[in-house]
Write a protein that binds this ligand. Structure first.
Ligand code: DQA
Length: 151
């Protein structure tokens, strides 16, 4: 593995600030802070640095993706409900051409039909869905592995 640090942007979309109290039978009891702490621990092991942003606003997420052009080499994103609606987030990822892994706590493919479509998946390297907080950790590992291989 290269000694250089991988700079990665982690984006959490709308309502994910409520994790731990929101629909716990679907999303579990882990808070967003706890998920972020685990990601920071894993980032050290993977020799990566993380900038982590949660927003309930599409434009804030898009601005962070645009800014990643000058700062980051990869994007780990849980777009929340914007997964199923946001052509604008998809276009932002396509526009900056940042290698992206999409993650979801729940398995979106076994839920309501409106969750089966992801506008993000076609511009992502891959998608990890259904493993609870571990989806984020698996996603970070997958992204770091991809980025190391393309160095
Ligand atoms: C989610 C799945 C989405 O359908 C939903 O709108 C969310 C969370 C997940 O992590 O399972 O807000 O992205």
């Amino acid at each position: 593995m290269s000694a250089s640090l991988l700079s990665i942007l982690v984006l959490h979309g709308p309502n994910l600030n409520l994790l731990g109290t929101r629909e716990v039978s679907t999303y579990g009891i882990a808070s967003l802070d706890r998920i972020n702490q685990s990601l920071q621990v894993l980032a050290k092991e993977l020799e990566a640095t993380l900038e982590i942003v949660q927003s309930n606003h599409e434009g804030v997420l898009i601005d962070a993706i645009h800014a990643s052009r000058d700062k980051q080499v990869g994007l780990l994103i849980n777009p929340g409900a914007y997964t199923h609606t946001s052509i604008a987030i998809r276009d932002a990822i396509a526009g900056v051409e940042i290698p992206t892994v999409e993650v979801h706590l729940s398995n979106i493919h076994r839920r309501e039909p409106f969750r089966h479509r992801s506008y993000i998946a076609p511009v992502a390297i891959g998608q990890i869905s259904g493993f609870g907080p571990a989806s984020y950790e698996l996603g970070l590992r997958a992204l770091a592995n991809y980025l190391r291989q393309s160095q």
